[in-house]
Write a protein that binds this ligand. Structure first.
Ligand SMILES: Cc1ncc(C[n+]2csc(CCOP(=O)(O)OP(=O)(O)O)c2C)c(N)n1
Length: 340
């Protein structure tokens, strides 16, 4: 049974937008860096060097499109564990991401305390989350409330999977945000699976965005391999929030190209055919590459140059993080409780 195939019939056509050629190329490069970093993390996991991987593969277009509508270091971002491409697009470096994967002292997210992929950066206003899914939603609503009370124009953005929309935190958070017209955007990266549970067993509605109406906010669904479509939808949502018009629920359809995590084997529950069909039509890196080639922005020589530059960056990040020191035992309780 193909859950994803029923959701979408055809691959999207990317539309020319307001972005310049260098900007589009940079967005593609970030998607490529996220993909290659993620692939390297799987190798390191299988070599026994890092404990755990939870992939962004298949979500890169959604995440880079979302980030492009934000002001890094001004707007608040409360990501979830798949958001590697999002945090890279906001300005986190490959070295910083790898330091987290190796749980090193220099890891900006938590100094090696948290599980990998619980991204955080005070510099970039990325707020590290808790492991129970959907807890980032009330956190984002609280941040948006603070922003409003302080009369700042910072918007809060939080990301979640569609499985997380079944949690109470989702409903409480959206209701409170709408009642108080808070500057927050809820982005659901819907990949059709919550570990081994397919969409049809998660909810009785076909679109997560349909839930928005029940709270009194706009809801929109866009295809996550349509980089520019995501960017434009996110721009609309952020503009509403900034102008005091309240929250938006944006659903971005993605494909989960890997197992749920490095501790899972998706082919014990997911038909290979479904994944192959999804990949053929909606794999975001290929979709973006096709668009850039059609637009005359990318050719074979430029693609090779980008691959080489990204490979060097991934090698550098791996070597740097592997050599970096682990947290010192005497610092065990730092960053666990509020200090001062
Ligand atoms: C409250 C809670 N219940 C269960 C889990 C175990 N868990 C971790 S990820 C996950 C699936 C979440 O699926 P979804 O929100 O669709 O995100 P996806 O991983 O598909 O991107 C579950 C059930 C958890 N972390 N927290």
């Amino acid at each position: 049974m193909s859950t994803q195939r029923q959701r979408r019939a055809e691959a999207p056509e990317l539309k020319p937008g307001q972005l310049s050629k260098p900007e589009l190329l940079q967005m593609y490069r970030t998607m490529l860096l996220a993909r290659r970093l993620d692939e390297r993390m799987w190798l390191l996991n299988r070599q026994g060097k890092i404990a755990f991987v939870i992939s962004c593969q298949g979500h890169e277009g959604a995440q880079v499109g979302i980030a492009k509508a934000l002001r890094p270091g001004v707007d608040w971002v409360l990501p979830y564990y798949r958001d590697l491409a999002l945090v890279l697009a906001l300005g986190m470096t490959a070295r910083e991401a790898m330091l987290g994967a190796f749980a090193r002292a220099e890891d900006p997210s938590s100094g090696g305390r948290q599980m990998p992929s619980h991204y955080g950066s005070p510099r970039l206003r990325i707020v590290s989350g808790s492991s129970p899914v959907a807890t980032q939603i009330p956190h984002a609503v609280g941040v948006a409330l603070a922003s409003k009370l302080r009369r700042e124009d910072a918007v809060a953005v939080t990301c979640l999977g569609e499985g997380s929309t079944s949690q109470g935190d989702f409903h409480e958070g959206l209701n409170f945000a709408a009642v108080h017209s808070l500057p927050v955007v809820f982005v659901c990266e819907n990949n059709g699976w919550a570990i081994s549970t397919p969409l049809r067993e998660e909810m009785a509605v076909k679109r997560v965005s349909k839930r928005a109406r029940a709270y009194g906010m706009p809801g929109e669904t866009v295809d996550g391999s349509d980089l520019l479509g995501v960017y434009e939808a996110m721009q609309r949502a952020v503009a509403r929030a900034r102008q005091g018009e309240g929250p938006t629920l944006l659903e971005v359809l993605t494909v989960r190209l890997t197992s749920h995590s490095s501790d899972d084997n998706q082919f014990t529950y997911r038909p290979k055919k479904e994944l192959a069909t999804e990949t053929r039509h909606h794999e975001p890196l290929a979709a973006c590459g096709r668009y850039l080639r059609q637009a005359g922005i990318l050719d074979d020589a430029k693609a090779q140059e980008l691959e080489a530059a990204v490979a060097a960056e991934v090698d550098d990040a791996t070597d740097y993080a592997e050599r970096a020191a682990p947290p010192a035992p005497e610092t065990l309780l730092e960053r666990v409780y509020a200090e001062g």
